[in-house]
Design a protein around this ligand. Structure first.
Ligand SMILES: C[S@@+](CC[C@H](N)C(=O)[O-])C[C@H]1O[C@@H](n2cnc3c(N)ncnc32)[C@H](O)[C@@H]1O
Length: 265
């Protein structure tokens, strides 16, 4: 990398370059590299998933948002998916999961953070949202306790990126089951964003953090860990970097290794 480029990527110049990039008709990879969009964490995960799908010979993948509410995130997700689809040629099927009526009850269980949320928070105007969704975006209404098992049964493509913004421990635990059913399909690495792990109320004995810990303790074949290589990004000090994880499919990594050994013989 040239010396000048390295200088431009450091403070204070990087803010100036980013505002310039936002105004220029640049490729989606530049938008992603410079965090020049409203939700860089979504674009970063979607692009990484599409790149992995492409290098693995997979033609379509799912991009999921757990917890949709008014749909701000889902609408951005479908817009980013369109750009990334154009860039990579990988088909991106956007799916949002929500009750449609806001949060379920949090009463009586500290793990669901009743100190932060109550039943009915974040309702949805379903008609308004559906009118803005592309025909290829799917909105699945209902409690994830029912909708996730149903989705997995009819899942057609592997998972590539999952944004978890479903707030509660109980809901997150269920959402993560999307990786656990025998029929579940995933890329060998699925990129994840967790929205509610950096709040003043957050700790690892409740909420999304506890759901991740329990997932790892119970599952031998899929493990969720931090996405460490993001620490090399231009805006590496931004908070969302710490909210990005990767679900590693250990079976697929073993199978890949076995394939490589077969070829080597
Ligand atoms: C903070 S809001 C999501 C905000 C949205 N991601 C955005 O970017 O604007 C959390 C959502 O999670 C949904 N949710 C929580 N628990 C759920 C469950 N068990 N099943 C389905 N949806 C659930 C709620 O209905 C609520 O709309």
């Amino acid at each position: 990398m040239s010396f000048l480029l390295r200088i431009l990527e450091e403070q204070p110049f990087r803010l100036f370059v980013r505002s310039l990039i936002k105004r220029l008709p640049v490729r989606v990879r530049s938008l992603e590299r410079w965090d020049a969009v409203d939700r860089p964490h979504y674009l970063c995960g979607i692009l990484a998933a599409a790149d992995l799908a492409q290098s693995s010979g997979v033609d379509s993948i799912y991009i999921i948002e757990f917890g949709v509410s008014q749909g701000k995130g889902l609408l951005l997700m479908q817009a980013y998916a369109q750009m990334v689809e154009q860039e990579t040629g990988v088909g991106l099927k956007v799916v949002g999961f929500d009750t449609g009526i806001g949060l379920p009850s949090t009463a009586g269980d500290y793990r669901d953070h009743p100190d932060k949320w109550k039943a009915g928070d974040y309702p949805m105007d379903e008609e308004w949202l559906r009118a803005r969704l592309l025909p290829t975006t799917e909105l699945i209404i209902g409690d994830v306790h029912h909708t996730v098992p149903q989705f997995v049964k009819r899942q057609r493509w592997p998972l590539g990126f999952v944004a978890v913004d479903i707030d509660l421990y109980s809901s997150t635990r269920q959402a993560l089951q999307v990786f656990c059913f025998p029929q579940s399909r995933m890329l060998r690495r699925v990129f994840l964003y967790f929205d509610d792990i950096m709040l003043p109320e957050s700790h690892r004995f409740a909420g999304e953090r506890l759901a991740i810990e329990e997932f790892n303790a119970k599952n031998q074949t899929v493990k969720i860990d931090h996405w460490y290589s993001l620490r090399d990004r231009i805006f590496r000090d931004h908070r969302w970097i710490q909210q990005m994880y990767v679900a590693h499919d250990l079976r697929a990594i073993n199978a890949h290794q076995a394939e490589l050994q077969e070829w080597a013989v």
